[in-house]
Ligand binder design. Structure first.
Ligand code: 5AD
Ligand code: SF4
Length: 447
């Protein structure tokens, strides 16, 4: 069988990155080898995202560029998978006539069969059905060669209906992987040199509800905490309403659970939170933060905020800034609200105008910049345990890694350190990273 070339471009979140790795593995068995040059490809797959309008626009212009390659290579096939493919389905062919294949978030396992039918018959198809059990959830994604840290999907889908969010409609209801299957995968990864796993799901806190024996997320963390060779455990994303006292207590108890949590708050106004259907109040969020800091002093807390949700008044926005000043997030990802078709908020009255959203985002980001810098500056002079992940992007003589609380650290060193935990004294702090000097191996965590 002649080897064919596959080029995959991924948009969106880590879940999509994982899915792309699964697609590559599945197509490898049908004789496709991946390439990083789209012009050399026989098959191009764009794994799409639909979280905000901007994502959809970027994807369409990228598909326009790929279409030009068809003029040079008439045998080139172009497919789209992922969330926008799930959303647009058959109509993707009308919007982008150069497409050959559309497959949804539950249809990844059928990719080889779809590609071979396409090759045989030339028929263009859109497959976007949902499955009771998503078959691709059980496929282990293969980490990049030489990787120290990787993601492990533990569940997918979501049973919450946040009014702004298109994900439940595109990924379906929550489904968890069996605990023994996940632990088995983590053991294999440890054997391949992985030292850090990030457990991945749309709402990891509600892990296990569909599983035998009802293991919960804290049980899963404890089980992974016993896997030899895994030094660090992280997870994303958590819903504040499902963050249990048992999980909070895990921070002090499971040695490999890193001192960082990403806990999206979305707004600091009760009125807006209610209209978003988030299921908690600002006070409850503050109490969770306090409990986390009590159980794990110094824990790093990052979050997501949406500005300009329908009906957000200036006083609501001021409440978000006030929450930020009180909590002092280590980092914050912030977005202008983007109406998504099929979500509760898209049809709400009192949509906020673009220039107001833009201005609010600017103010919020300036405030967060000062907080992030303040937090990073506080690391100066400390000695941190850094898990070395690779050579720094900009400096060939520097290594890069992360602290347990998720800050990037660059320091002079050599590639022999990759995969080790070393002690680094922090000498410089920037907005996106720290710099330091190595003091020794073995990773003291001295503050
Ligand atoms: N508009 C803007 N931001 C959104 N997010 C999710 N949906 C939307 C939307 N319609 C943000 C939320 C979420 C993050 C991944 O993306 O803050 O936590
Ligand atoms: Fe984008 Fe959400 Fe789908 Fe991830 S799950 S690809 S963020 S729409």
């Amino acid at each position: 069988m002649a080897i064919k070339k596959l080029y995959i471009q991924t948009f969106g979140c880590q879940m999509n990155v994982q899915d792309s790795e699964k697609m590559a593995a599945l197509l490898q068995s049908s004789g496709y080898e991946t390439t990083d040059d789209p012009a050399a490809a026989d098959l191009i797959i764009v794994n799409t995202c639909s979280i905000r309008e901007k994502a959809a626009q970027k994807i369409c212009s990228q598909l326009g560029r790929f279409r030009q390659l068809k003029a040079i290579n008439p045998h080139l096939r172009i497919g789209v998978g992922g969330c926008l493919a799930q959303q647009w389905g058959e109509s993707f062919f009308k919007k982008v006539p150069s497409l050959d294949l559309v497959f949804g978030t539950h249809q990844i396992h059928r990719l080889p069969e779809m590609v071979s039918t396409l090759d045989r018959t030339g028929d263009r198809r859109a497959e976007t059905g949902f499955c009771e059990q998503v078959p691709s959830l059980a496929i282990a994604a293969q980490p990049v060669a030489g990787a120290v840290s990787t993601f492990v999907t533990i569940m997918q889908g979501c049973n919450n209906f946040c009014a702004y969010c298109v994900v439940p409609a595109l990924r379906g209801r929550e489904q968890s992987r069996p605990l023994p299957e996940i632990v088995g995968e983590v053991k294999l990864l440890a054997g391949q040199g992985i030292r850090e796993v990030t457990l991945l799901g749309q709402n990891v806190n509600s892990y296990g509800k569909t599983q035998a024996g009802n293991p919960d997320f804290a049980d899963l963390i404890r089980a992974i905490g016993e896997v030899a060779g895994i030094e660090r455990i992280r997870f994303t994303t958590s819903h504040p309403k499902d963050l249990s006292p048992k999980l909070i207590a895990s921070f002090g108890r499971v040695g490999s659970l890193c001192e960082h949590i990403h806990l999206p708050v979305q707004s600091g106004s009760d009125r807006v939170l209610r209209s978003m259907n988030r299921g908690y109040t600002v006070q409850e969020y503050r109490e969770k933060v306090a409990a986390l800091r009590e159980a794990c002093p110094g824990i790093s807390i990052t979050s997501d905020v949406i500005v300009g949700f329908p009906g957000e008044e200036d006083e609501d926005f001021q409440a978000t800034l006030a929450l930020m000043r009180d909590v002092r997030f280590d980092n914050l990802f912030s977005f202008q609200y983007s109406p998504r078709e099929g979500t509760g908020a898209a049809g709400m009255d009192r949509q906020v105008c673009g220039s107001v959203k833009q201005e609010r985002l600017r103010i919020l980001q300036a405030l967060q910049t000062s907080h992030t810098l303040e937090k990073n500056n506080a690391c100066l002079g400390r000695t941190e345990a850094v898990l070395v992940e690779g050579v720094s992007k900009n400096e060939p003589h520097e290594m890069t890694g992360r602290t347990r609380d998720h800050r990037i650290v660059n320091f002079p060193g050599n590639p022999g350190l990759i995969g080790m935990t070393v002690s680094v004294r922090i000498t410089k702090a920037f907005l996106h990273s720290l710099r330091g000097m190595m003091e020794g191996r073995g990773g003291a965590h001295v503050h």
